[in-house]
Write a protein that binds this ligand. Sequence first.
Ligand code: BDP
Length: 577
Amino acid sequence: MLYPQANAARTVIDLSGVWDFRLRENAPWKSIAVPASYNDQCPDAAFRDYAGISWYRRKLTIPAVLKGQRLVLRFDAVAHNARVLLNGREIARHRGGFLPFEVELNGLLAPGETAELAVEVDNRINHSTLPIGAEGATAFFGSDNPGIPSVEAGKRIQTEKGINRPAFDFFNYTGINRPVRLYATPRAYIRDVTLAPALNGEVRYWVDTEGEGQIRVTILDAEGRAVAESAGAEGTLRVPEPHLWEPYPGTPYLYTARVAFGDDLYEEPFGIREVKIEGTKFYINGKPFYFHGPCKHEDSPFHGRGMDQCLNVTDIHLYHWLHANCFRTSHYPYAEEMYRLCDREGIVIVDETPAVGMWADEHYGWDLHDYHAQVLRDMIARDKNHPCVVVWSLGNEPSTDVYPDKAWDYWRPLYEKAHLWDPQNRPVTLVGCQNIYEKDRIVPSMDIVFINRYYGWYNLSGDLETAQYAFRMELDWWEKQGKPVVLSEYGADTLAGMHSATAEMFTEEFQLEFYRAMSECLDERDFIAGEMPWNFADFATCQGPMRPGGNRKGLFTRDRKPKLAAHYFKDRWAKRE
Ligand code: BDP
């Protein structure tokens, strides 16, 4: 799906602002900012913990000057399920909180007219949503109060709070989290543009259109000069002496594919780069690429999971400060603005579906596969042209070792589909949980192996010497698999400002020693293709005995102040450049 673009042929009207909001039916309407999660905008536990349907509304006027145009209302992400109503009549529904959806308004509202736009959001999570909500005794933290006699064994207390326990470790931020826009195109329009560039400057392209017209594709260099041209809905363009898109600290050179179709126009930025795996090495443009950068969340005070350009830019400048070159969009596809920024800034992305929380063994019995495949397909369709995206991640930490064959049957078709659906055929991974790795079939079968490990934290807690011993034992096993392996999560909760002369868990010194110990193990092995500490910054999650004020494994605090370990990685990664 194309990102909304204002240009000589298209108009975009941003509907960000203060909307009316009510938490539940018959509650008073309140002011709420869009885009943003609603949870932290009101100092009321009901807002924070609510599980159910809520309502947004505002007036929508179509400017009269848009007469004759195709009119589209686009939601970049509404968490988790949405119904859109115009003057009380349903015009769209969408399942899933992290990908865009849109609806044509022609025939529903004419230019010059005003209507009430309402959005119903449902934030309930369960076994049919991605991410997964806990339906049995499988919530992320603590037990489900098995000591309470009125509760049927294995079932939870059915309160508003109780029915929405995440099976994942990040706050279930809810609402219109990303921009809402009205955009207009000519009636005959460009529906999609797909690009597959190669190192020699050949760019295969496909343009999907609606209506009558001639298609012309022109490639512009970074200075706006036309360097290649072609006609027709598909073909191959040839960029002479191509400048490559290189990850930071190289130059992330961007070209633009300008597509003209009748009166319509769309300009898609893209980069010429090649991603390849050979043996245990991951290559970008023929050069070995070592992933080094912390995983992230979309998370900040006030906004929750709301899209915030200033925060994104600040974070990416902090990545440069760290000499980091990548992150994983743990644990869901991020806002499109972030990928566009990373294209410009040369930060590499591992793009992940919201399949997180599938760690209960019984999840292979749930009816999720088709929906999961659809989300994967939509994510690839949205992000396929970004040079910054170099790997697709099918999901995070499912159960893969207890029923290795069932896990294979579930994940392997998704792996194959990701390859099939991606015009650039990027490598695919599934992020593995700490487990009995010798029994796991699916995680080691991926193009590049991503493993999350918490030796020294959740197991062998505080004992870094034994943690190193155990981690080395495991690395001996991976060495024999002949694949590139990325340590895709490792970390220690750390309360900024808490210190001890001899490293002790939760202090800044311990976090530093923890990372030093793990670095020693990684640096000994040639097949290690990357290190991605957990997490870039402290982030909000559900309350629990292990989460004082959220998950505190950040290299930075939630307000982006560096802890000792941030300085450690800044020095370590500077040496990699
Ligand atoms: C991993 C999960 C991540 C958690 C992290 C932690 O992938 O979402 O936040 O552990 O416990 O298991 O900090």
